[in-house]
Design a protein around this ligand. Structure first.
Ligand code: ATP
Ligand code: MG
Length: 457
């Protein structure tokens, strides 16, 4: 592959050439900008195409049918063309920034160079003229792509003052692309990490999600630690630095958590598992107790970790379903299976964890194991437990209330009043059936229910 700095023309997909021909036929220029150019220049596939044009939204809506006004305020519309959705933004120049997150005004730029000048990093400030693909690179973006360097367009401190989110974006790109952060940019963030404070939680979460979805979340998180951003945005994780685990393994809690999260990312595990890997030991700083032998214990830290995980994810406005799943994985991560577990114990475990959470919980255990030893866990890790679970599931035994041979209506009919005691009785019946599946018959359960009820009233 040619090195990025030598590329003066990128190859343009036929669909974009066609689209550009339509713009040109109406006397308008159009450019490929942003991530698509950056990714093409570094020899990677690009996910989506962002276009910039001297056509205004109203022009684009006249030229193409069915244009969607996705971000009219910022001059952006979405063109539907041959089943693709392509964002087209009018060439922009931002007015001043006074709030550290939004430009005070947005006006039209007279040239692509002016538009590129308001972009965040040099690697994102390269354009390709369509349809032919000629590269326009006023800020040395190609050289920085080659050097794998994230550097601001213009003075870092000024650009960060305009929009504090850029600090997080820089670290997100470091995780996604495996690039380093330029020294001036790093110092500017370190100098004033509080610049992220005015940024909305939604934007912070969007960047955090991309960090966690990347191949190596630790790259961004370690940069954040170095610059004071971790302490500001996720103090709970920051507190894990230096929490020793002598007697268990050689990593402190933060390093262990980052290793676990990177492992989960590297294996392509789903987001909740990656988050659980990052958060599973957050309760350790508070739970740590040092024994007389100098060995640390962290009794019941998983409960604290689950509470802290819920607090962080609520603060970041994750959807409830994702918060619940991640928190549940964190709370259950300490299970300790041995082959002397009875079938009843396996069934109770399945009931508590939920069949649907077994695979993610086992993924989390692999990540945790890797992060303790620093070595790939053996293939036989949890294999016996998997087999035991499979045979319990195959036997088709009752694992939840809905599998019981009686339901609430049956109990009501048998004279048991509804309400709180009903729920308690149903749960006791399930406990009995988990222990002994032979109990799951209508007659036996009704008899047991009546006894429990008589005792309670
Ligand atoms: P990807 O879409 O792969 O995450 P991208 O570089 O396309 O990466 P977007 O968030 O889609 O990122 O933004 C498109 C382009 O808009 C960027 O490449 C950059 O030029 C510009 N940009 C986005 N956000 C900012 C910002 N906060 N400040 C300055 N320029 C920005
Ligand atoms: Mg993009």
């Amino acid at each position: 592959m040619r090195t990025a700095s030598k590329i003066n023309r990128i190859s343009v997909p036929p669909l974009l050439r066609e689209l550009a021909a339509v713009f040109n036929a109406h006397g308008k220029q159009v450019f490929l900008v942003g991530g698509a150019v950056r990714d093409t220049l570094r020899g990677a596939k690009s996910a989506d195409w962002d276009l910039a044009s001297d056509a205004l939204p109203a022009d684009v809506m006249r030229i193409f049918p069915g244009v969607i006004p996705t971000g009219i305020k910022h001059g952006t519309v979405t063109v539907r063309y041959k089943k693709h959705s392509i964002e087209v933004t009018a060439l922009r120049a931002d007015g001043g920034y006074t709030d550290g997150r939004h430009p005070d005004s947005v006006s039209c730029a007279s040239s692509i160079e002016e538009d590129l000048a308001r972009r965040d990093f040099t690697i994102n400030a390269v354009a390709a003229v369509l349809p032919e693909g000629r590269v326009i690179d006023p800020f040395g973006g190609r050289a920085d792509i080659e050097k794998k360097l994230i550097r601001c367009v213009g003075r870092a401190a000024d650009r960060l003052n305009e929009d504090g989110l850029r600090a997080l974006r820089a670290f997100r790109f470091a995780s996604q692309l495996g690039f380093d952060i330029d020294g001036e940019l790093l110092s500017a963030i370190k100098e004033r990490p509080a610049m992220v404070n005015p940024v909305s939680m939604e934007r912070v979460k969007a960047e955090f999600d991309k960090i966690v979805a990347s191949g190596k979340p630790s790259a961004a998180l370690l940069y954040m630690e170095r610059c004071g951003l971790l302490e500001l945005l996720m103090p709970e994780l920051f507190l894990c630095r230096g929490v020793e685990q002598k007697g268990r393994h050689r990593f402190d809690v933060l390093t262990h958590s980052l290793l676990a999260c990177d492992y989960a990312a590297g294996r392509g595990y789903r987001r909740t598992v990656r988050l659980a890997a990052l958060f599973h030991d957050l309760g350790k700083p508070a739970a740590a107790k040092r024994g007389d032998d100098g060995v640390w214990t962290f009794h019941n830290h998983e409960t604290l970790s689950a509470d802290i995980t819920r607090a962080i994810m609520t603060r970041l406005r994750y959807p409830n379903a994702e918060i619940d799943e991640t928190t549940h994985l964190v709370r259950e991560h300490m299970f300790n299976y041995t082959d002397d577990w009875s079938a009843g114990a396996v069934r109770r475990f399945l009931r508590r964890v939920g069949v649907e959470n077994i695979a993610p919980l086992f993924d989390l255990r692999r990540a945790d194991s890797f992060a303790s030893s620093g070595k790939e866990p053996p293939p036989e890790l949890l294999l016996d437990f998997r087999d035991r679970i499979a045979s319990v599931l195959e036997a088709g035994r009752a694992l939840s209330l809905k599998d019981l041979a009686v339901n609430g209506r049956d109990l009501l009919a048998a004279g048991i009043q509804g309400g709180k005691s009903m729920g308690l009785i149903l749960n006791s019946l399930l406990e009995a059936v988990l222990e002994d599946p032979e109990m799951n018959s209508r007659g036996k359960l009704l008899e047991m229910a009546k006894k429990l009820y008589d005792r309670a009233v």
